[in-house]
Design a protein around this ligand. Structure first.
Ligand code: S3P
Length: 423
């Protein structure tokens, strides 16, 4: 994809549906009784992989332009797949499904693409084994393919070593089937969409500070789920409007769950003009319209418990920081190394090609902002968030930027480039 510089962006947009909520709607809809109708579903490659996996498990799922209809068969209604389940590029699919599959009365095998096969799985395999799950995999379960022998499980008391919503959710989904209560303690709050949606389907998860308690359920009931726009997708346009002069953009219907809104906090601290309007709750999730105006940003330090609340937005925050006055320090973000690419390495190397003053640290990056970037030939490393973040950096660079392997945006935001073009 070739991206040319732009003077400003103006107008009103909606972004595609929330990826995390879309995955969970299909998963919980499949193990609930009756029909779950999902509107606003993200038709990105990752969420389509989740649909395909549940179809392989015997769940009829209809997909049309307006909605996804899941014909749930109840907690124990899944059937043994005849083939290896394939999650494609989706970490959320493999980690959350491993929790569900561990509790079934059949065995299954699950894997994904080359990137997924390099991503750590022991973080879900270890706690699930403590619950009694029988899971094997490459190098003792460090990596997929995973072989899962479904079992009766028991509740555990588990202190998460990393703030990961995927690990927490795998345990919570398994806990629906387990004997006794499960307690998960988080080092810092991570996205709580699983907790909200399980309760919306009739489950029983309680959260107090960093402690989450879940009790087994007799049944979940199919629901109507309206998925809000994904704040992680809105983030690209938030940054575009902030860094391009004379811009004013209204992004409508975006999920602003406080476990996901770190990007708003950070840009407000950096001097960004951002307003949340029309705040409301939809299917238990906070939603708002986001009004962004061009702003003169300055660098700040970002770390600690804010990191899990903006983990997927760090690549685009790095792009914004290149155009902010002064130094931005991103720390405590080691988790970036185990995403679809090593996002510390990939963002630093590609922004450098555009002339950024940026360097890698052990747990993040340091950016000296304020000097102009120039268009360059850059690489996405097949990582959707790297491709989109570089496209936003390119909007304010001198001359055009070519992004290689940019098709990967279809993972989370299939219309990204056409939206950009339209604005
Ligand atoms: C997700 C959790 C995060 C995030 C990913 C989606 C989820 O991963 O990076 O894009 O839907 O639970 P971790 O839990 O590994 O931090």
């Amino acid at each position: 994809m070739i991206v040319n510089p732009k003077d400003k962006i103006n107008g009103e947009i909606t972004v595609s549906g929330d990826k995390s909520i879309s995955h969970r709607a299909v998963m919980l809809g499949s193990i609930a009784e009756g029909i779950t109708e999902v509107t606003g579903f993200l038709m990105g490659a990752d969420c389509l992989s989740t649909i395909e996996c549940f179809r392989q498990l015997g769940i009829p799922i209809e997909v049309n332009e307006e909605k996804v209809i899941v014909h749930g068969k109840g907690l124990l209604g899944l059937s043994q797949p005849s083939n290896m389940l394939d999650v494609g590029n989706s970490g959320t699919t493999i980690r959350l499904m491993t929790g569900i599959l561990s509790a079934q009365s059949f065995s299954s095998d699950i894997t994904g693409d080359a990137s997924i096969q390099k991503r750590p799985m022991l973080r879900v395999v270890a706690p699930l084994r403590e619950m009694g799950a029988k899971i094997d995999g490459k190098e003792g379960g460090k990596y997929c393919p995973l072989h899962i022998e479904g079992q009766g499980l028991k509740g555990i008391h588990y202190q998460l070593p990393v703030a990961s919503a995927q690990v927490k959710s795998a345990i919570l989904l398994a806990s629906l089937y387990a004997e006794g209560e499960t307690t998960v303690i988080e080092p810092a709050p991570s996205r709580n969409h699983t907790e909200i949606m399980v309760n919306y389907f009739g489950g029983n998860i309680l959260q107090k500070d960093n402690v989450i308690k879940s009790s087994p359920v007799k049944k979940l009931t199919g629901q109507y789920i309206k998925v809000p726009g994904d704040i992680s997708s809105a983030a690209y346009f938030i940054v575009a409007a902030l860094i391009l002069p004379h811009s004013e953009l209204l992004i409508k219907n975006v999920g602003v769950n406080p476990t996901r809104d770190g990007i708003i906090t950070v840009f407000k601290q950096m001097g960004g003009n951002i307003e949340l309007i029309n705040q409301r709750t939809q299917c238990g999730e906070p939603v708002a319209d986001i009004l962004v105006r061009s702003s003169s940003l300055h660098g700040i330090e970002i770390g600690g418990s804010l990191i899990p609340k903006l983990i997927d937005e760090i690549p685009v925050i790095a792009a914004a920081a290149c155009y902010a006055r002064g130094t931005t320090i991103i720390k405590d973000a080691q988790e970036l190394k185990v995403k679809e690419s090593n996002r510390i390495q990939t963002m630093v190397s590609e922004l450098k090609k555009m002339g950024a003053s940026i360097r890698e640290t052990d747990d993040g990056m340091i950016i000296e902002g304020g000097s102009a970037l120039r268009g360059a030939q850059v690489e996405s490393y097949h990582d959707h968030r790297v491709a989109m973040s570089l496209a936003i950096a390119a909007l304010k660079a001198e001359k055009e930027t070519t992004i290689n392997n940019s098709d990967c945006v279809s993972i989370s935001f299939p219309n990204f480039f056409s939206y950009l073009e339209k604005l």
